[in-house]
Design a protein around this ligand. Sequence first.
Ligand code: 5GP
Ligand code: ZN
Length: 113
Amino acid sequence: MENCLFCKIIRGEIPSGKVYEDENVYAFRDINPQAPVHVLVVPKKHFVSLSDIQSASDGELAACLRAVRLIAEQEKLENGYRLVSNCGPDACQSVPHLHFHILGGRQMADQMA
Ligand code: 5GP
Ligand code: ZN
């Protein structure tokens, strides 16, 4: 996707604070962190959101969750973390490339929204 912000980050056309990369996944620090650790985990293939994963392979999807586990370990989130994927306008998704927010390093609110 030529003009997608996260595709440009994955291609290195826009700088990012990379924390992890493998064949299927790229992960980087959120530019506007909502917690001491706020990492975005994105599949390298462009999908708009979880509503758009019909053509994603199980391997590509599982790679995102396996990356989350590795990054949580790397970021020393042994006390826990929250994983969020905003999907569509009701969830205020602002970047239309599937991504998972890892939020940690502090106590999260006990209400999710
Ligand atoms: P959403 O609102 O779609 O769930 O999350 C998009 C996230 O991308 C937001 O938390 C926002 O701060 C982050 N973001 C937007 N533009 C950039 C950018 O250019 N670089 C980085 N690292 N994060 C960005
Ligand atoms: Zn994209």
